[in-house]
Write a protein that binds this ligand. Structure first.
Ligand SMILES: Nc1nc2c(ncn2[C@@H]2O[C@H](COP(=O)(O)OP(=O)(O)O)[C@@H](O)[C@H]2O)c(=O)[nH]1
Ligand SMILES: [Mg+2]
Length: 396
């Protein structure tokens, strides 16, 4: 059997489509879509009790952090993975002990390992947050030592003063920053933010609001170098501070996926080898939908997402080609069994794929809740489908 795979298509489909058997594995496509998301790795330094966990919860959304349970990797590093949004957090542990010099030596070795084993840009640490308790009233030697280490690795650093709830805490920050600038130079100026990550109430009245997380986000984005654009995007998408930025970054990521999918579909259409194009185009379109879902943190484990995908592809296939090209069981589409015959032109393949992709993005955006920062799909998959039909337009 002749394979009709061109490069843009192979790249786009990954391993979910097997050209030998002409089968498309939706589960594999979904898994790969999440694995290939843009990645962000943050190392969070600071003694126990300064507020690292609390900060992570508020910044990334507590539910996510709970879902990605911390796993001790070494004595002083705990890895917290948020697989849905491509984030890995390294939480430092135990650096407050009396014997901190020895501890820091160990931490240094552990860090060296995490830098050395990162072979791809996605794997290396991208950002360091050094958390210091501003209500503690003094800067510790170990904090200065940690700054030195972070600088030695050229890791972009943001100093996070936590628990800032009173004027004297701000005064402490000024003094601490003077000391840091005196020790490390003027490039440390402006490298810090002040936050309070906990709402404090008294007799039911809020006396302390959460603040400073937007500053932390902005400075973190700025600190990640241009060369780590993927990490920057992952940060914008994963944070729970500026919902509009989150949605906009997800949407533009999804539009790039549509572009790649339509190029892949065009390659199928342009292929001179005779045979049926539709099954391959359907595989490209399914992959596109899975990747868009991953971009919006929707895992299609939920049956409704799968139903929506088959529904969309069936609808659009009918609209464009006059036949259904995918079976209802999306888990394992027997592509060879759904041959509808005939070639599709490159232009048609591209246009229909773009139309599906952009309509689907529009649907997801319409279900985005800017309070929770999530796409909240209605229980009934038909509602989603009818929304899709409203915005989908394609004239062959
Ligand atoms: N008021 C206030 N309390 C905080 C803040 N961050 C953490 N805490 C409290 O400090 C304690 C230790 O916080 P935790 O996040 O567990 O510290 P970790 O050991 O660094 O992870 C908890 O009781 C938190 O509620 C903050 O920004 N403001
Ligand atoms: Mg903690």
């Amino acid at each position: 059997m002749t394979t009709r795979i061109n490069d843009p298509l192979t790249d786009f489909l990954g391993t979910a489509y097997d050209p030998q058997t002409q089968t498309f594995d939706g589960e594999a496509a979904e898994k790969e879509a999440f694995e290939n998301k843009e990645k962000l790795n943050v190392i969070i330094f600071g003694a126990t009790g300064v507020g690292k966990s609390t900060l992570i919860n508020t910044f990334f959304g507590s539910e996510k952090v709970k879902a990605g349970k911390g796993r001790p990797v070494t004595q002083h590093l705990e890895k917290i993975e948020l697989p849905k949004n491509g984030v890995t957090l390294w939480d430092t542990k135990g650096i407050e002990s009396q014997d901190y010099k020895n501890t820091i030596e160990q931490l240094k070795n552990e860090l060296k390992q995490s830098f050395d084993t990162g072979s791809e840009l996605d794997d290396v640490p991208h950002l360091g947050w050094l958390c210091m308790d501003a209500s503690g009233g003094r800067i510790e030697d170990r904090d200065m030592e940690l700054i030195r280490i972070i600088r030695d690795y050229n890791l972009p650093l943001v100093i996070v003063f936590t628990k800032v709830t009173a004027d004297e805490h701000e005064e402490f920050i000024d003094i601490a920053m003077q000391e840091i600038i005196a020790a490390f130079g003027s490039d440390m100026a402006g490298r810090h933010v002040a936050v309070n990550s906990v709402v404090a109430k008294r007799r039911g009245k809020v006396i302390e609001e959460v603040f400073g997380l937007d500053d932390l986000l902005d400075l973190s984005i700025k600190s990640i170098p241009e060369g780590h654009l993927r990490a920057r995007n992952a940060l914008k998408k994963s944070q729970n501070v500026r919902m509009k930025l989150r949605l906009d970054t997800m949407s533009s990521g999804a539009r790039m996926i549509v572009h790649a999918a339509s190029v892949a579909a065009a390659a199928i259409g342009a292929s001179p080898i005779p045979g049926s194009d539709a099954p391959l185009i359907a595989a490209a379109q399914s992959t596109m939908i899975y990747k868009i879902n991953a971009e919006f943190e929707l895992d299609a484990q939920a049956a409704k997402a799968t139903a929506v995908i088959s529904g969309i592809l069936a609808t659009t296939a009918i609209a464009s080609l006059g036949k259904t090209v995918v079976s209802n069981a999306l888990k394992f589409i027997p592509v060879a069994g759904t041959l509808i015959g005939g070639a599709v032109s490159a232009a048609t393949a591209m246009a229909i794929t773009q139309a599906i992709g952009h309509a689907y993005i529009q649907v997801l955006v319409s279900f985005f809740n800017d309070k929770s920062g999530k796409v909240e799909l209605p229980e009934n998959a038909l509602e989603i489908l009818s929304e899709f039909k409203k915005v989908f337009s394609f004239k062959p």
